[in-house]
Design a protein around this ligand. Sequence first.
Ligand SMILES: Nc1nc2c(ncn2[C@@H]2O[C@H](COP(=O)(O)OP(=O)(O)OP(=O)(O)O)[C@@H](O)[C@H]2O)c(=O)[nH]1
Ligand SMILES: [Mg+2]
Length: 436
Amino acid sequence: MSRYLAKWTVSEKEKAEVSYVGYANLPNQVFRKAVKRGFQFSLMVVGQSGLGKSTLINSLFMTDLYEDCVYSPSPQRMPRTTEIKESTVSVEEGGVRLELTLIDTPGFGDIVDNSQCWRPIVDYIDSKYEKYLNDESRVNRGYTEDYRIHCCLYFIPPNGHGLRQIDIEFMKQLHNKTNIVPVIAKADTFTPEEVVRFKKVVLQDIADNGIKIYQFPDAQLDEEDDAANQKLREAIPFAVVGSNTILEVNQKKVRGRQYPWGVAEVENADHCDFTTLRNMIIRTHMQDLKDITNNVHYENYRCTKLANVSSVTGSATDKIAPSRDPLAQFEVEKKEHEKKMRRMEEEMEDVFEVKVREKLQKLEDIKHDLNRRKEAMTRTIEQLERDLNESKRQFDEDKRQYDIEQQKYMEQVESQMRQQAPAKGKKDDKSAKKKK
Ligand SMILES: Nc1nc2c(ncn2[C@@H]2O[C@H](COP(=O)(O)OP(=O)(O)OP(=O)(O)O)[C@@H](O)[C@H]2O)c(=O)[nH]1
Ligand SMILES: [Mg+2]
């Protein structure tokens, strides 16, 4: 008995070894795979002309997109953006590779009619979704490159009054397409109190007009995350300052804007929200921005697109309730397909019949034409025959006349010869007598 007991008593260590299956390692697998593949992120800047979009995007990721732009203590004028410009940079940090696509867009508001100024931007965003949908729907699909727009920084002019009608309209055109993060441009033109007041006005306008901007997720478990998100929520819309000028402040080289009363430093959190914005995009919320793009905006696009396709084909599947049994749905689709095939068959038969009729008509026309030509030729031949007979008759007549005349002539010659012959005989007799 004690022998059996000894056999079944296992140590705690052994127990732990037996109960360890290995799925606790799953996060590591996911992590390793993600790191190996790298990350892709696309950020777009949109807003009125001259608000500093190109300047900000140039320095946002500490990579100079506009390399031809020279940095010096004196302010440099960024060339005006005239078309949507994509710049892709590959950055690596701690073995993690990030392929970053920054999309600079031309500013709007310069022309008289701005009623459709969002169209090129919306079309551009849609084109990226379209490409992704096509890549994803291919038969042989591998890893789908993700060039969808994950975040759009919307630049609000620092006018102090709030959103203009054009900004409201523009954001409404975009809010179901991408994550809008509103930023107040050229925040150095405000005092800190004015910034706080203007932020409130802008947020109120956003709420009053039902504009859906990017919402930071609620961190249910992590209190630290929740506090950080709360801070970010309070910072929105981010007041930013952009500059391509390197200045020296306290023996340190910084990006900033020089004023007679001091320097507005781009990366100083006391001066503006530039670093908060950059941290939000890169450090804390990049994956959430990507998730919302994929799960909400891309899904919206996909559903609308597929709904359009099915309504264009007039398919009966439109009438199917989403909860319907897939087999029943398949049956309906099959019937619909058969109906479509029958319709196509009928149409093809109709077309064939028309074509045959046309061909027969053509042959009939050719036959008529040939008959007409045959009759004309017969008539010509008959005429020629008649002419030939007439010529022959004339020839016979002429020949007969000739023969008669020839006959007459011969008779005349003969009679003349007969008359001349006796006279000659007499003459010969006379000459013979003379010789004798
Ligand atoms: N005061 C101030 N000026 C800025 C700031 N950012 C950019 N600027 C200046 O604003 C001007 C326009 O900057 P850009 O970056 O070309 O503006 P943009 O929005 O790209 O203009 P478009 O390409 O025409 O749409 C330049 O002279 C910049 O130096 C800022 O934060 N504060
Ligand atoms: Mg520009």
